[in-house]
Structure formats: structure tokens, C-alpha cells
Ligand binder design. Structure first.
Ligand SMILES: *[C@@H]1O[C@H](CO)[C@@H](O)[C@H](O)[C@H]1NC(C)=O
Ligand SMILES: *[C@@H]1O[C@H](CO)[C@@H](O)[C@H](O)[C@H]1NC(C)=O
Length: 321
């Protein structure tokens, strides 16, 4: 936490100093201008050119400084663009060899896909409301809260509770059948998209756990569960994972700062900037080592939806009974 914070304030300070120097320079220039009278219009142009170029330089300097600070070297999907269908193939790691293989599902082709075309922003908003409702029952003391509709796991203070047991009937007043229907429908669409992208049959893959909503803000971590920013490999963390997907429910730079998803490749950090309705999916092995930047301000909502090829690890859709 500490190095990151220091880094953040350093950026702010250098930006502030730059702006201050520019303001001083322009004040000096304008007093010079007044002293010489206004007849020299070339000077006016010089002043405009100076201000423009210094503003541009400041912008470029602070921009590249911020980028290099987070170590990001490439943006795979910008928050402001609408990505129809993007797929980047990467060679598969050997992680899949140490698990039982399921022909027609276990990745032979590995990579990453991004699409803004399968979940609308209106749907993303409706799903975010499900997350908001559920998480309003609990919430972590630290910055990262989760809600798992399948197991009922909900962050509460420094722990988790099973919301179905802990809140009983209150859960039924919180969610509607429609909420759960939408959740299942969206999950199916994402599953079909992944199957298509990797050339497998959608029926050969199974939803697995954990599949959960996350809500992240900039509160200081209180337990290890709040530390979402460490680089990790999903298949190492959860052996059953074969395909991981993320559905973003809020917008980078609009709703929160920091919090970009980063693929950590040898020699490059490639980011997917969250955008409500954006689906990012990838094979879960070490070909896709990744991390999430710390959220600096605001609140970031997403769902992690995980798939396995092993039917023994499959889970069903959540039901509201
Ligand atoms: C972050 O969320 C927690 C609940 O999980 C809340 O208690 C805290 O006040 C929030 N922090 C900020 C800075 O909004
Ligand atoms: C990628 O980011 C990490 C930390 O975020 C940094 O240590 C590493 O040097 C970066 N890699 C490149 C190639 O910039």
C-alpha cells in the first residue's frame, strides 16, 4: 500500500509543480506583453504558441508518467471505445497437463478475448443493481467485497457469511426471480461466446466456483481477502478453472480511477480498461498471468464468471427459493 500511495502523491506533486511553473511563466509573459503595448501581434501569437505547447508538453509528460508508473505498456481495450470482437491468441502454458484433460474443452488454443457486443449497457446496469442490493446487506471493512449468489458467500466486516442462512427471508425481499433469471441468461451468453472464440462446444464446459460479484473501493485492506491487486494465475489458485471471464459493471474514469485489469506478459503489461457491459475472457493458465490495479477513487463493480471442463467441478445456476 505505502509505495503505491507515495507514487500517487509524487505524480500529483509533479503535476502541480508543472502547472504552477506554467502559470508563473504565463503571468510573467503577460506582464511583459502589457509593458510593450499591444501593437506587436506577433508577440501575441508567440504567447499563444508558448501556452499551447507548454500545456501539450505538460499533458504528454503527466500522461506517459502515469502510464509508466503503473507499468502499463499497451491498452488492449480503451474504456471509451466499443470493441465488437477482439481476440488475441497466446501460446498455451503447460498448466493444463497436470490436470485431467477433457477433449473438446481443455484449451488447445489459448488467448484472450474482449467484446462490448454481447451485454448491453442497460443490462450491465440492471446487473449492477443486483450486486448493489446484495452487497448492501453486508460489505467488507476493507476495500474489496464479494457476493456469490451460488454459495451465498457475502463479505461482512472481516469475514464472510452465508447470506441465505444469515439473512433468511430478508434475501427474498432483496432479490427478485427476474434478477436471477437475468444473471443466468447473461452467464449463458458469455459461455457461448467463449466456446465460439476457442472453437469448443458450449455444452462441454461447466460453470464453476467461485463465480461472484466484486465491489472494490479505495478503503485500506483489512484482511488478505481485501488484497485483490496481487498478480495471479487463476488455474494455480483454483485448479478447476479452464476459462475465466469478467463482466464489467462500471466505467473506468467515470465511476472509478485505477482498477484496470492488466495481463502481465514478459516484456509487456497489457490492460483492459473496464467499461460497463464489457466482457473480457481468457484461458485460466499461466499464459494469462494478471492483476488488477488498486482502485484510487470511486467504486468498481464486476462479476467473475468461471468455467471448468471437468463436470465434477460444475455448479448450477443460483436459485431463489
Ligand atoms: C468502501 O466500502 C466499505 C464497505 O465495503 C465502506 O465501509 C467504506 O466506507 C467505503 N470506503 C469509501 C472510501 O467509500
Ligand atoms: C509490468 O508491471 C510491473 C508492476 O506493475 C512492473 O514491475 C514491470 O516492470 C512492468 N513490465 C514492463 C515490461 O513494463
Amino acid at each position: 500500500m505505502a509505495p503505491q500511495r507515495r507514487a500517487g502523491s509524487r505524480t500529483a506533486e509533479s503535476g502541480g509543480a508543472g502547472a504552477g511553473a506554467r502559470a508563473q511563466e504565463s503571468r510573467r509573459l503577460s506582464s511583459v506583453m502589457k509593458g510593450n503595448g499591444q501593437k506587436d501581434s506577433r508577440r501575441k501569437w508567440l504567447k499563444v504558441a508558448f501556452l499551447l505547447s507548454s500545456a501539450m508538453l505538460g499533458y504528454l509528460l503527466s500522461g506517459s508518467y502515469l502510464l509508466s508508473e503503473e507499468g502499463v505498456t499497451e491498452v488492449l481495450a480503451h474504456y471509451g471505445e466499443i470493441v465488437k470482437d477482439k481476440f488475441i491468441e497466446v501460446p498455451c502454458s503447460e498448466d493444463y497437463d497436470s490436470h485431467k484433460r477433457f477433449e473438446g474443452c481443455t484449451p488447445r488454443k489459448c488467448g484472450r478475448g474482449i467484446t462490448d457486443a454481447i451485454i448491453s449497457r442497460v443490462e450491465a446496469e440492471r446487473i449492477r443493481r443486483i450486486a448493489e442490493k446484495g452487497l448492501s446487506l453486508g460489505g467488507s471493512d476493507g476495500g474489496a467485497s464479494i457476493l456469490d449468489l451460488h454459495s451465498g458467500a457475502l463479505s461482512l466486516g472481516k469475514h464472510f457469511v452465508n447470506m441465505y442462512r444469515y439473512f433468511g427471508d430478508k434475501v427474498h425481499d432483496t432479490f427478485t426471480e427476474e434478477d436471477f433469471h437475468l444473471y443466468s441468461e447473461v452467464r449463458q451468453r458469455i459461455q457461448q461466446k467463449i466456446a465460439l472464440a476457442f472453437g469448443i462446444s458450449s455444452s462441454s464446459m461447466y460453470l464453476t466456483k467461485p463465480t461472484f460479484f466484486s465491489r472494490i473501493n479505495n478503503s485500506e485492506a483489512k484482511t488478505a481477502h481485501d488484497e485483490y491487486w496481487h498478480p495471479h494465475i487463476d488455474k494455480v489458485t483454483y485448479g478447476s478453472f479452464d476459462y475465466t471471464s469478467l463482466l464489467y459493471l462500471s466505467d473506468y474514469t467515470e465511476d472509478f480511477g485505477g482498477g484496470r485489469f492488466v495481463f502481465m506478459d514478459e516484456g509487456a503489461n497489457r490492460t483492459v480498461e473496464p467499461r460497463a457491459g464489457r466482457v473480457s475472457f481468457f484461458t485460466s493458465g499461466s499464459e494469462n498471468l494478471h492483476r488488477v490495479e488498486k482502485v484510487h477513487w470511486g467504486t468498481r463493480y464486476a462479476i467473475t464468471i468461471s468455467f471448468t471442463c471437468n463436470p465434477d467441478h460444475g455448479i448450477g445456476d443460483p436459485v431463489l427459493t
